[in-house]
Design a protein around this ligand. Structure first.
Ligand code: C2O
Ligand code: CU
Length: 480
């Protein structure tokens, strides 16, 4: 296969920030969705250095990017179609691509050494698999992830339903944060000890689609489908719609019975997504701020819906149904499910006494001092994807995991290759038992999840606060 470099040269659509935020606006307010689709034949995507402007008040920010843009090119196929893209590595180090949340054959999962060899600089790798689930997913590296992802390597994958709900427009909103210096460059303190053992690498500059909080133009009466993604290394967003009442139709790409949010507030830990239906019920000329209020430092603006002066598109909200058809995920048999426990320990403020690493038991302090591992799952600190599996699951069998967070921190825990149902939190049943690929666990919380181990191979289970994973919070699961 010849190596093709760069999406640009193939004439693939490139979205600038405004188009990305409001694609379709100029095309047709009635269009179902107007995002350009990646070419059906294998798209070529180059990972390499680029420069973008995040904060106009600082200088340009040198980043790493897919196809020269952050977020990278939108990959969009219909459910049941093949997703194909050839990743060319123009970085000066090896990389891989993980299509987060997509259920695919193991060799396509992008975990170095476990599912593929690293893609060395100057070489390419073809990712090619059926998009079995419709939904909102994303892609990012899985090698030196804390740095490669943080520097800008990520992009969105949309798999369209055969019959998407009727909306006037779709908005992709990619939330991230950056640790910027005054001159606009990214702080290079990756893997800082404090970040490893505390809350991860928090940025000092929040962006939506790589721009500082700004306006989103809307028209009164229109129905939007929002696809929100949190691609930050560590930050949790509590997206507060304050007074607007979106209906959630999917979490992590997986359909859920439509429902409103408690307090109009959507919690998204690192890697998590939500699809929302939002009827713009305000009047021409109105504006409505959407803020993040997760941390104790007061609400931070994310974006402002600004209504045009145009007459309302309709007088009453559309009555068209918004519920999505289920994806073909096998239902776990809770009666027959085998129960397994996962204990999360460690970190600053934690009480982990010891953990094993590479087959040797260490007192926690020594493990930190000698190997910079601060966390453990079931008493074992993550080493590499080649380590012994934490569990070997029987192919086709149902499992119930009781996961206990015995630390002083939140952890968005992510399972590769499968979607799981979230059954309960601290013993309280979770309404609708949503399918997820990442569950945000609060400190001292115990959750129960269930899934059918239907996808053979070695898979990762890890915290998506990338510094936590780096510092030990991960494990390999084998399904055979
Ligand atoms: Cu978003 Cu292990 O990945
Ligand atoms: Cu964590």
């Amino acid at each position: 296969m010849t190596i093709r470099r760069g999406a640009q040269r193939l004439g693939l659509p490139r979205l600038d920030r405004r188009q990305f935020l409001a694609a379709g606006a100029s095309v047709s307010l009635m269009g179902l969705c107007a995002f350009p689709r990646a070419a059906a034949a294998a798209t070529a995507i180059t990972a390499g250095p680029a420069s973008i402007t995040l904060d106009p008040e600082r200088g340009a920010t040198p980043v790493l990017a897919y196809g020269g843009q952050v977020p990278g090119p939108l990959l969009r196929v219909r459910q049941g179609e093949r997703l194909q893209f050839e990743l060319h590595n123009d970085l000066d180090e090896a990389t891989t691509v993980h299509c987060h949340g997509m259920r695919m054959p193991n060799p396509m999962d992008g975990v170095p050494f476990l599912t593929q060899e690293p893609i060395e600089p100057g070489t390419s790798f073809l990712y090619d698999f059926d998009a079995v689930d419709a939904g909102t997913f994303w892609y990012h590296p899985h090698l030196r992830t804390t740095e490669q992802l943080d520097r800008g390597l990520y992009g969105v994958i949309v798999v369209d339903e055969p019959e998407p709900p009727r909306v006037d427009r779709e908005l992709l909103l990619v939330l991230d944060d950056w640790r910027l210096k005054d001159d606009g460059t990214i702080h290079e303190d990756f893997g800082h000890r404090h970040d490893l053992s505390h809350e991860g690498r928090m940025g000092n500059f929040v962006t939506v689609n790589s721009a500082a909080p700004g306006d989103v133009a809307v028209r009164a009466g229109e129905r939007l489908r929002l696809r929100l993604l949190n691609v930050a290394n560590a930050r949790v967003f509590a997206v507060n719609f304050g007074g607007l009442s979106p209906q959630v139709i999917a979490y992590d790409g997986q359909p859920v019975a439509p429902h409103g949010l408690a307090d109009d507030r959507l919690l998204l830990g690192s890697a998590m997504r939500a699809d929302l239906i939002l009827d713009m019920t305000g009047q021409p000329g109105d504006s409505h701020a959407v803020r993040d209020d997760y941390y104790g430092d007061g609400p931070q603006g994310l974006f402002t819906f600004r209504y045009s002066q145009d007459a309302p598109l309709r007088d009453a909200p559309l009555e068209a149904p918004i519920e999505l058809a289920a994806n073909p995920i096998p239902e776990p048999d809770l009666q027959e499910a085998e129960t397994q426990e996962v204990l999360i320990e460690g970190g600053a403020r934690g009480f982990m006494e010891e953990a094993s690493f590479r087959g040797e038991v260490y007192p926690a302090r020594k493990l930190w001092r000698e190997h910079r591992k601060a966390w453990a799952l079931n008493g074992v600190a993550f080493d590499s994807p080649l380590m012994e599996p934490m569990f070997t699951l029987s192919l086709g069998r149902s499992y119930r995991w009781v996961i206990r967070n015995d630390t002083g921190w939140d952890h968005p825990m992510h399972l590769h290759g499968h979607a799981f149902r979230l059954l309960s939190r601290n013993g309280t049943p979770v309404p609708r038992r949503p399918w997820l690929d990442t569950v945000l666990m609060h400190l001292d919380e115990t959750v129960e999840i269930a899934f059918v181990a239907d996808n053979p191979g070695g898979w990762l289970f890890h915290c998506h606060i990338l510094e936590h994973h780096e510092a030990g919070m991960g494990a390999v699961i084998k399904v055979a």
